[in-house]
Design a protein around this ligand. Structure first.
Ligand SMILES: Cc1cc2nc3c(=O)[nH]c(=O)nc-3n(C[C@H](O)[C@H](O)[C@H](O)COP(=O)(O)O)c2cc1C
Length: 287
């Protein structure tokens, strides 16, 4: 493990480390207008949802590294305080990328990238018709973090209305991530795609509070056999099985023809992989 002193590395390397480490980052394709009504469209991956009620999104246009100049999106938001934050799916990713070219202020990137302007309901900037989800927003707060090139301007945008394409919704009216086919930014020129191969499910430890790794007996931990994920799965059980439950178990083990310690540990791993957490404990407590 190496340790970096952020003050000892140059800006480009710092940018590279940060944007390769904080991944995947969602992408906001932001449409704005200046005070004369000129439309602008640009992507920002310093972006997230930071509050539910009030519903607030955050984007951070960074001052240009070269000369500290502000980006058009930032200037427009200072002037008119309204935007539409459009999400990007895989089918529009190259058009989204095209909008990030440093076009002069006043140039409409909808036209450059071949996107269609759709009139918004509550704000002046148009939304991207091709986008599966679009948030009409008003700016509530701008925080300039520093004056130098590379410094972020954090912009909080309150959502006024949300547009969602029916074909990305499930039957309960929620957004279906399998249908959204969204993309996210990694470091450099890399992106990731959220599709069935990259989606998995993990239960929240809210309704059931687990016993914790600190309640797994040392005689099981001492083998150093289990991965962190396996330990967490074991630790998620609400109560360590009782003596009565354990005492009934050797008969079951006999039937399974498990011979030695290593086989028992392997068997526990297998049970955990099928989410049979209690059974894994019963095997383990017989060790
Ligand atoms: C996927 C993607 C994400 C980006 N994220 C950011 C970001 O979070 N902050 C930023 O300042 N620039 C970001 N950029 C670069 C801007 O999009 C680029 O500087 C653009 O020209 C700004 O346009 P504007 O001057 O019209 O606002 C990103 C570019 C891409 C392709």
């Amino acid at each position: 493990m190496i340790t970096l002193d952020v003050n000892a590395i140059e800006n480009r390397q710092l940018y590279s480390f940060l944007t390769s480490a904080i991944i995947p980052r969602p992408i906001a394709l932001v449409s704005t207008i200046d005070k004369n009504g000129n439309v602008n469209l640009s992507p920002f991956s310093y972006f997230n949802c930071v509050s539910t009620r009030p519903p607030i999104l955050m984007i951070a246009p960074v001052k240009k590294a070269r000369d500290g100049e502000e980006k058009d999106t930032f200037l427009n938001l200072q002037e008119t305080a309204e935007c539409v934050i459009n999400l990007t799916n895989y089918s529009m990713v190259e058009q989204m990328s095209l909008t990030s070219a440093p076009f002069d202020r006043g140039i409409n990137e909808f036209k450059k990238a071949g996107f269609t302007e759709e009139k918004s309901l509550l704000v002046k900037p148009p939304r991207v018709k091709e986008s599966p989800v679009a948030f009409e927003c008003k700016v509530t707060q701008i925080i300039e973090l520093a004056k130098n090139g590379g410094a972020g301007n954090v912009i909080f945008c309150e959502i006024l209305s949300i547009h969602v394409a029916e074909d990305v919704m499930d039957k309960n009216g929620n957004i279906d991530p399998y249908k959204l086919d969204t993309v996210a930014r990694l470091g450099g020129n890399l992106y990731s795609r959220v599709n069935p191969a990259s989606i998995f499910e993990l239960q929240k430890p809210i309704s059931a509070i687990g016993v914790g790794v600190d309640n797994i007996p040392d005689r099981l931990l001492k083998f150093g056999y289990f991965s962190g994920n396996e330990l967490a799965r074991l630790a998620s059980i609400e109560a360590v099985p009782s003596k009565t439950e354990i005492s009934k178990f050797p008969a079951l083990l006999d039937g399974m023809k498990v011979k030695n310690e290593k086989e028992l540990l392997l068997y526990m791993s297998e049970l955990l992989s099928f989410n049979q957490v209690k059974e894994a404990w019963l095997v383990g407590l017989n060790l």
